[in-house]
Design a protein around this ligand. Structure first.
Ligand code: ATP
Ligand code: LTN
Length: 347
């Protein structure tokens, strides 16, 4: 069995660590949970990492979908990422289906994944529960294996995601180690990067549940591309708890705690500082200030997204360049994988 390290999987001493993450184009806008839980880290990590980010359209067809809508949402997703500050000069932003190696590696990784192991993935259990497991697609079942392929193809060291993705990252690590053990050192074992303070932003109407594109009600979710009026209203109507005190207390005051957590992250002020600042004031004051800071953050992003979407040809060009750069890396990894698993090279 070959054991020597694969040069493409070793970060040389002077190179930056690599980051990869993905987001599904499954809604007309990203939301505050996506922004604080993941996307803000994507932007920041460009300064310290060699960054690869992808719009995971292959993952978006694991649930029933409309083709025209998927195409539009893929562009809207990419435009929002550029608008947020992903810089095409410094980072590689691409669409997953433009790089066929993702599905190719996914097959190989699927062949070293146990059926029982895949059956334990909670996202599959949650998403398939809605329609019944037998109605769920095989694609939804193998979703985490494709996600592992996304990450391993790029030899990523770190993967910024929200708390809900921790289990998928664990599976990715397991599969990387299993492959390396069976076939020789090929993949970097990646680490999840999940900052605790923003790992789970909750629904404004149901503050114990995750803010989510697919399960939050419109009143519970703050969309990046939403107009100021509705955004302000939703913050003002957020569910708060009994009592009047503004203190973080996850168990007894989940609503206020979520608002404090969001405000703290947006203004980079610690929660104890906010508790002191709002001592003796009502929930209304906190909500008013929070609404303003949401608007200050979201408005420029919305405006830049609209500008980028006005020139689809340019947007598609940027994605084409991203795909080229991504493919160069993915192809190299796949060549190693083919060799390691024993596929005959083409003459
Ligand atoms: P759905 O709930 O429909 O699966 P989603 O709203 O979770 O969708 P995804 O595209 O699955 O959105 O997630 C994109 C990124 O945002 C992931 O890294 C995910 O962990 C993160 N994320 C999503 N919702 C939250 C949240 N409420 N708090 C923190 N991070 C989140
Ligand atoms: N499963 C993730 C999206 C995703 C992803 C990835 C995240 C697909 N491929 C690779 C990180 C790295 C989600 O639903 N949030």
């Amino acid at each position: 069995m070959p054991t020597e390290p694969n040069p493409s999987s070793v970060t040389p001493g002077n190179a930056r660590p690599r980051v990869l993450s993905g987001i599904q184009p499954t809604a007309d806008s990203f939301h505050l949970g996506n922004y604080l839980g993941a996307l803000r880290q994507w932007v920041a990590m460009q300064d310290t990492h060699d960054a690869f980010y992808c719009v995971v359209d292959l993952h978006a067809i694991t649930m029933p979908h409309d083709p025209a809508l998927l195409r539009r949402r893929t562009r809207v997703a990419a435009a929002q990422l550029f608008a947020l500050g992903i810089d095409p000069e410094r980072s590689t932003l691409f669409v997953q289906s433009h790089v066929p190696e993702h599905t190719e590696l996914s097959w190989v990784m699927g062949c070293i994944t146990g059926f029982g192991e895949a059956s334990r993935m909670t996202q599959f259990k949650d998403k398939s529960a809605k329609e019944g497991t037998s109605a769920a697609s095989i694609g939804l079942f193998t979703y985490p294996i494709l996600q592992a392929a996304d990450i391993l193809l790029y030899q990523a060291d770190q993967v910024p995601v929200g708390e809900d993705q921790r289990q998928h990252l664990e599976l990715t690590r397991t599969l990387a180690q299993r492959f390396n053990h069976r076939f020789g050192e090929t993949f970097v074992t990646p680490e999840a990067y999940i900052p605790k303070a923003t790992a789970k932003i909750t629904d404004l109407q149901e503050p114990t549940a995750k803010m989510s594109k697919s399960s939050s009600s419109p009143q519970g979710i703050l969309d990046l591309l939403e107009e100021p009026g509705p955004l302000r209203k939703k913050v003002m109507r957020a569910v708060t708890d009994t009592g009047t005190e503004i203190v973080a207390d996850e168990a007894n005051k989940p609503g206020v705690t979520n608002l404090l957590r969001i405000y703290s992250a947006l203004t980079e002020t610690s929660i104890p500082d906010l508790e002191r600042r709002y001592e003796g004031q009502g929930y209304g004051t906190l909500k008013k200030d929070l609404a303003q800071s949401v608007l200050d953050t979201f408005t420029p992003i919305r405006e830049r997204t609209e500008k980028l979407l006005a020139d689809e040809a340019q947007l598609d060009r940027l994605l084409g360049l991203g795909a080229e750069r991504a493919r160069a890396v993915a192809r190299r990894t796949m060549e190693d994988v083919r060799e390691r698993v024993g596929f005959l090279g083409r003459a």
